[in-house]
Design a protein around this ligand. Sequence first.
Ligand SMILES: [Zn+2]
Length: 180
Amino acid sequence: MSRLRRWGGRGALAAIAAIVVLVVPATSANAQFLGGAFPHTAGNWLNLGYTTQGSYIAQQQAAASSWHVTPTRLIVFQEPIANSEEDFYGFAYTGTWWGLATLHPCNTCTYTWADLQLNTNTLGSESNFIRQKVAAHEFGHGIGLAHVVGGTVNSIMRQGTLTYNLPQTHDINNTNTLYP
Ligand SMILES: [Zn+2]
């Protein structure tokens, strides 16, 4: 959203464009991470308790389990909301989005928990396969992964309809980079 800021006049736009050309190569290495992470010590397991609420409970559970079985440090299990790190909400929200992840206290901080919203207004007409894809995608955001854009590598962090709904090798590798 911050990229949608309004700038004053063409001169400013040209200047921004020139800066972006210089900045992109330096930042591309971190483009697939939001910039924050849960507290983690290399070599330790990362315990991620999760909760389910509202619609698509089976898809929420399947998505969480799909991150649990990856060859990563993630241990994903259901837990009371008072202690959980990943909280799913399947409800009717205003907006055209399928899913939305909100990291607390912020995307680039040390996380305390994540809200993972699934929008029944837009997912109501989609298959359970896609609902699980969205849930797994939001869970990926919920541990600090950003979108994968361009290229051809398979990733659950791509937006939109995919032919798979589980974390892919690329996602597992990124998770292991973030939580070694
Ligand atoms: Zn996303």
